[in-house]
Design a protein around this ligand. Structure first.
Ligand code: 13P
Ligand code: SF4
Length: 305
């Protein structure tokens, strides 16, 4: 089958099976085209809550499919490719964070959404890169234990100086691969380009940015900007999407190495197989775990608006 034929089959199958396809913005163009919604982690969480369908297929990584299941336990939720994990989400176990919590008993635990369901059960509130500043400002607590991403934590700490932050040393191996020399080299090559960066990058990278934001934030900024050239400091799928969306502008990757292999593993054929019931993995979650873990996501949506 050609890509187009496969997409036509997928459109038919998702209608026949009452399935909503959610895709994170790091998915390939041909997957975003068949998705009911493609966006950043925050927007995906909101859609997961409101999608009217009986079934949901998540094209993204495991914690995203788990988030859908937590918010919509009555739906059947599938991860299109079961091997798509997020290394950052797995970096700390519940016992490790509980031990840190004991050292800082008067700190609110703010967890990046890139965490396991187990970790979410001990968080006060969840955040995403697009909601982190708003939520940390709005929290009644002055002291915040931010888990697990040190780079996102450093970014929010600078944006919310009125609060006290304790940070852990976790992070995204894809974004952390970039350093200041990558930025200087890209700027030398494209001196007229604006630099748009994700806050999962190191502070030494973020300090050079013209704009810092989530995958959707970067996309919206680039589309609305009058500028014609952009260096994109996040997963290279965003470079591809923007080049399709704005053919008269030029988009350059910060580095050829800005590739998340976990996000790249899902294919259009995986989505097709999942819809046909011969692939993907249904997300099943014990009700006690789900009910405990969903509270911090509900709180995120309440504070995030
Ligand atoms: P956002 O889409 O929320 O910016 O998240 C980026 C990311 O790395 C998700 O794993
Ligand atoms: Fe996880 Fe980083 Fe990949 Fe996002 S880009 S899924 S944070 S490893």
């Amino acid at each position: 089958m050609t890509v187009r034929e496969l997409q036509d089959e997928i459109f038919k199958l998702k209608r026949d099976t009452d399935t909503c396809i959610l895709a994170h913005s790091y998915m390939a163009e041909e997957i975003c085209e068949i998705a009911d919604f493609c966006g950043d982690s925050y927007a995906l969480s909101v859609k997961a809550k409101t999608a009217p369908n009986k079934n949901v297929i998540m094209c993204g990584v495991r914690f995203m499919a788990e988030t859908v299941k937590m918010l919509s336990p009555q739906k059947r939720v599938y991860l299109a490719n079961p091997s798509a994990g997020c290394p950052m989400a797995e970096q700390f176990g519940r016992e490790e964070i509980e031990a840190v919590k004991k050292l800082y008993p008067d700190y609110a635990v703010v967890a990046y959404i890139n965490t396991t369901a187990q970790l979410k059960t001990i968080a006060d509130v969840c955040v995403t890169s697009s909601s982190v500043v708003k939520i940390c400002k709005a929290l009644p607590q002055k002291n915040i234990l931010f888990i697990p991403d040190i780079n996102l934590g450093s970014f929010v700490k600078a944006q919310v100086p009125e609060k006290n932050f304790k940070l852990l040393s976790g992070g995204c191996p894809t974004h952390a691969r970039m350093d200041e020399e990558d930025v200087l080299a890209a700027k030398r090559e494209h001196p007229n380009a604006l630099f748009l960066v994700h806050p999962e990058c190191r502070p030494s990278v973020v300090k050079h940015a013209d704009y810092v934001g989530s995958t959707s934030g970067i996309t919206d900024f680039a589309k609305a900007s009058a500028a014609k050239e952009f260096i994109i400091g996040t997963e290279n799928a965003i470079v591809q999407h923007l080049q399709f969306a704005c053919p008269d502008k030029k988009f350059y990757p910060l580095s050829k190495d800005l590739v998340c292999h976990n996000m790249r593993v899902t294919t259009l054929a995986d989505v097709y197989d999942c819809l046909r019931g011969v692939g993907g993995e249904e997300i099943l979650m014990e009700e006690g775990l789900r009910a405990a873990a969903v509270k911090c996501i509900e709180k995120m949506i309440e504070y995030g608006g």
